[in-house]
Design a protein around this ligand. Structure first.
Ligand code: GRF
Length: 206
């Protein structure tokens, strides 16, 4: 199967996914990166590993109507025969045409235990700062299907870690990154093996 990753930032999860392909932990090929930010770390990683990338950003297409802009995403993934999409720090809402065609084939990873600490503005270090300030004793990662809202699709997988008294947002981010890099590829493998089943409102991972 062919995977497209959407990323806007540093791209450490993107890199972890590429390495899991190289180490044969997943069978699919990471064939395409889509980003809104041509200067992001994920683009540098794509260049380093020879992965095609496409920058889609409204400022690059100022004159086309919204529906045509929306269609650029679907066209880009269809051109590369993409089977499923992984979001890894993508900072935009998804195109509605893409969501329609790829329903239940788009997965996102979030660096906290949803439904807490998600939604607009909850990205990067902001999430970990909010976690620390709230005083909760556990945080973790959530891997979920993506839909038209931020961080609200059906939850596939969660893993928690302790928030220690001496953690700050940066040390917590490091802990969470380790979990993300380990478990995102594992869930991709489950997806490849068709071991993720949607049953009413729940997702069962076998
Ligand atoms: C990760 O924490 C991920 O959970 C969130 O965005 C961050 C991306 O980090 N959606 P990176 O760019 O992969 O390092």
């Amino acid at each position: 199967m062919n995977i497209c990753v959407f990323a806007s930032g540093t791209g450490t999860n993107f890199k972890a996914l590429i390495l899991s392909e190289k180490r044969k932990k997943i069978k699919s090929s990471i064939s395409l990166l889509i980003t809104n930010n041509s200067y992001c770390g994920a683009v540098q990683t794509a260049v380093k590993y020879g992965i095609k990338y496409k920058v889609i950003n409204r400022t690059l297409y100022p004159d086309i109507p919204e529906t045509s802009y929306d269609k650029l995403f679907l066209s880009a993934v269809e051109e590369q025969s993409i089977d499923f999409i992984l979001l890894a720090g993508y900072m935009k809402l998804l195109s509605s045409q893409l969501l329609k065609v790829f329903r239940n084939r788009i997965i996102n990873i979030h660096p906290a235990l949803l439904p807490s600490f998600g939604g607009k503005g909850m990205y990067g270090v902001n999430v970990h700062r909010a976690v620390i300030e709230s005083g909760v004793k556990v945080s973790g990662i959530t891997i979920h299907y993506a839909d038209e809202k931020y961080d609200e699709g059906k939850i596939i997988f969660q893993k928690c870690c302790a928030v220690s008294n001496d953690d700050d947002e940066f040390s917590l981010m490091q802990k969470i990154r380790k979990l993300e890099h380990k478990y995102y590829p594992e869930i991709v493998k489950k997806f490849e093996e068709k071991k993720i089943i949607i049953s009413k409102n729940k997702v069962i991972v076998n």
